[in-house]
Design a protein around this ligand. Structure first.
Ligand code: ATP
Length: 319
């Protein structure tokens, strides 16, 4: 393969730039031409494509977001949109594609592979909700961003002797909540994988207060409930002053951590190695600190394993 393309799609994640840089520099190193496609599959359909070189990915390692921009494209999901996308790739002579994004983006990558464009997915999403990989690009940075917020909120919560519910991202996977709950010493962690037991939570808050705790922090994954509703219910049931904080998009921004940059660099490199050998329809993953790859369809149907061990640890340490 001599000409490849790279795009970012779905929600942005810190470390996507490091992945783009790794794709571009690995391709150039291997004597391939590499094209950057702007605005995800939307840009692909519209032909928003420019050749990239070693310099075009200079000084981006430390930047959050994605220099290629990202978008969601409903048109791409239609037969007509898909045909357009394949046509554009043919016009530019692009033989293979790296798609950096989440599971929705990988469905697009699968469709392109089925239509004869070898496409490799690189998991870039803060949610860590891709089953085949132990970690996604952006997750570690998001966890550190949330931890910083928890520590700041803890100062004010302790001063006022309150309970604070902090809503974090995670519609289907509670990974951000569990990791930050442990790292931030949260008194409670509410995640979509576990049924919400309000009475048990309130009992723990009251018991904590009776033992002399001056504050309680509850981490709530967005898929497990709404912070504002919980604020009211917990205040009513415990009689303790309760506040809610929704962290929102702050979790997506910021400079990637070293761990995310290194993960993105390794995954981007591996994606190009696959394409160089004409191998497509794969998702790059990390398992046991080894970079591996899976068939996209297989990756998309794999059930995400719930990290019971970490969840149980959080319960033990939050007594
Ligand atoms: P995040 O996890 O951050 O939300 P994502 O990649 O899952 O990222 P989506 O919005 O689900 O984000 O998908 C991104 C884009 O991938 C969509 O806008 C669409 O263009 C394409 N896509 C999603 N699902 C499909 C599908 N079933 N077939 C073809 N393309 C799809």
């Amino acid at each position: 393969m001599k000409k490849i393309g790279v795009l970012t799609s779905g929600g942005d994640a810190p470390g996507m730039n490091a992945a783009i840089r790794a794709v571009v520099r690995t391709a150039v190193y291997k004597g391939m031409q590499v094209y950057g496609i702007r605005r995800g599959f939307n840009g692909l359909i519209n032909g928003e494509i420019d050749q990239m070189d070693v310099k075009s990915v200079g000084e981006i390692l430390h930047r959050g977001g994605t220099i290629l921009n990202t978008a969601r494209s409903d048109q791409f999901k239609t037969e007509q949109g898909m045909k357009k996308a394949v046509n554009v790739l043919k016009i530019f002579g692009i033989e293979g594609l790296v798609v950096i994004g989440g599971d929705g983006s990988f469905r697009g990558a699968l469709d392109l592979s089925k239509r004869g464009i070898p496409t490799v997915g690189v998991p870039g999403t803060i949610d860590n909700d891709i089953a085949c990989t132990e970690q996604t690009i952006g997750f570690d940075t998001a966890v550190n961003t949330v931890l910083e917020a928890i520590n700041k909120i803890r100062d004010t919560v302790t001063s006022h002797e309150r309970t604070n519910i902090i809503e974090v991202m995670g519609r289907h996977a509670g990974d951000i909540a569990i990791y930050t709950g442990i790292a931030g010493g949260a008194e409670g962690i509410l995640i979509p994988e576990m049924p919400l037991d309000i009475d048990n939570l309130c009992r723990r808050i009251i018991e904590g207060r009776n033992r002399g705790k001056s504050s309680s922090i509850i981490i709530l994954a967005e898929g497990a409930g709404k912070a504002m509703e919980l604020e009211r219910i917990i205040e009513e049931k415990t009689g303790m002053e309760t506040r809610a904080t929704v962290l929102g998009h702050i979790q997506r921004g910021g400079s990637p951590t070293a761990a995310d940059i290194i993960l993105a660099s390794r995954m981007g490199y591996h994606a190009v190695e696959l394409l160089q050998q004409n191998i497509g329809n794969r998702v790059v993953s990390i398992r046991g600190n080894r970079i591996v790859d899976n068939d996209i369809e297989e990756a998309l149907t794999m059930p995400k394993k719930f990290n019971q061990e970490l969840y149980d640890l959080a319960q033990v340490l939050s007594i």
